[in-house]
Design a protein around this ligand. Sequence first.
Ligand code: GCW
Length: 694
Amino acid sequence: VEEDGYQLWLRYRPLQQTGQAQQQAQTISYAGKASPTVRAAIDELRRGLQGMTGKAPAVATTVASGAIVLAKAGALPQGFSADGLADLGREGYLLKSASVNGKRVTVIAANDDIGLLYGAFGLLRALDTGKGLAALDERSAPKLQLRVLNHWDNLDRTVERGYSGQSIWNWWELPDIRERQYVDYARANASLGINGTVLNNVNSKAEILTAPWIAKVAALADVLRPYGIKVYLSARWSTPLELKETTTADPLAPEVAAWWRAKADEIYRAIPDFGGFLVKANSEGQPGPQDYHRTHADGANMLAAALAPHKGIVMWRAFVYAAEKPDDRAKQAYDEFKPLDGKFAPNVMVQVKNGAIDFQPREPFHPLFGAMPRTPLMMEFQITKEYLGFAMHMAYLGPLFEEVLKADTMQRPNGLTVAQVLEDTEHGQRLTGMAGVANIGSSRTWSGSHFDQANWYAYGRFAWDPQGDSRAFAREWATQTFSREPQAVTQIVDMMMRSREAVVDYMTPLGLHHLMDTGHHHGPGPWVDNLGRPDWNPTYYHKADKKGIGFDRTATGSNALAQYAPGVAKRWADPRTTPDELLLWFHHLPWDYAMPSGRTLWTELVARYDRGVAEAESLRARWEKLKPLVDERRYDEVAQRLDTQVKEARWWRDASVAYFQSVSGLPLPPGAKKPGRTLEQYKAIKFPYAAGHH
Ligand SMILES: CO[C@H]1[C@H](O)[C@@H](O)[C@H](O)O[C@@H]1C(=O)O
């Protein structure tokens, strides 16, 4: 079969035991009038079962043997006990093989229509990954309320940091033309439980909030609604001023608050279930309340007041770093937001990137997690791989997400992981959520490459369960996407699980960060030192000189460490108790510093670069072995990317080693590969890809 990847993980390939599955899925039963959401659930079950068993079940209102029964609490089949269903909330579901009035059936039970849709996807996933219906007994409910994608999509269909072609939102033809792809987008997201999407870039334009654009957004909201997905918009702080409808954008000016109230009313007339606003303010040149000497809380609360009557929310980003605070960019978000803890309205969430710099291949968790107990914090992950080789390098982000979520902030005597901060079970009804910067575009693979689909998948699964397991998610994804052959799955999962660490090693090992060439962030640029602001230069981050390398964030340096809980700060204050992976993030050390491995820091650094290249080569070699087990088209498309990855991993290593050697003046460690070109030659390499970063 020619397999172009468009179907994502929803491929529903034929099962081995189709006969048995057919017996267990003869009809789909739903009593009552099906809402659009329930219809979507039934359609998906029919599509999936057609694919996997060869036969689409008929739809019935009565329950016969071999039925899949969709039932809401209150309308459960007689004699079926749905223990614990009430605790699963609006979106949770229960899947259970049962005997009802002497008939063998499989029940999908939920409290609401959306739970039935999620349950339908859960059942199909179970079947697809080899669980079988006979002994099905699953219950599942999301641990976070808001599971949101952030599209950095511009209104001209370019995508900031997008590597998957144009925006999938065909703004020109909306609202009239509602492309089928939007439905498939909704299905894919619903299959993971993603229930919100911010349609436009955080670097947003005033225009999006004008009537013609609201109509386009409303059309998308209509398509996504049956799948439980709310739309949100990024709002530009200065919108009313730029549209010349107010004379200021001061959040405390009554005319500004009145404008936003009227704007919210207008939006909700068109989109009654509109989710709310995402705001990037006073960050990277964007306007914000600080332009009027007001705080982030003043700004967020003003918008929140406009949205509150409609139950809308504000997601206010904490990604800020200003030129005036050049000593350590990593400190600014905490410095600005920590004092505002408790000052935000209840329908505001502060959205915090996973680390304090910017979506690096590895960062320690952001110090704000656990440090703002009186404010709902939302995680922001980046699914698109701005700093991890775009869609050209294989880097499965599941382990990155998991590492951050499992990190212990030590903000409680018995520990408090980042996942627990997000889940916030202590505060009951308070908002909880996770955002992922989407890697979706109009490319046939949706995500720019086959393996980048796994990052969308893993993100969605972690948003549902932040305590989930990246390997299990990889396994599910690979099984649904590539093969049920255990040997193939094991190989693919193993490749995925090692891929991100390979990238860390060949780009920024041992806690180094932000060494990517400027602007596009693809390829090495550790020598760049001439940009307009110090904290735009890679030299600012590695601080390498004749004597040593690394960013001292201890008390003798920027003391960013003091932003962490004492237990964490203490452990990371000493290079001896700092894990290798974060060593140069927190410490500036001499080149001859003795590493736990027994090597010097210089030797270890070069060894890590080498290891990264070796891993990239091994990914390529493993893929070669999978050739007989993977369809030709996808085999070839992945192989091309792995070839590129190997080439670029070597480029990263050689250019970085050449540069650091020029600074340290040290000879190459014995056995290390000598860079093939001179440093000047590496510096002269031009960014090889003409387009794609904006
Ligand atoms: C949308 O802008 C981005 C910018 O392109 C990117 O380089 C950086 O990761 O962060 C910014 C942000 O998160 O706001």
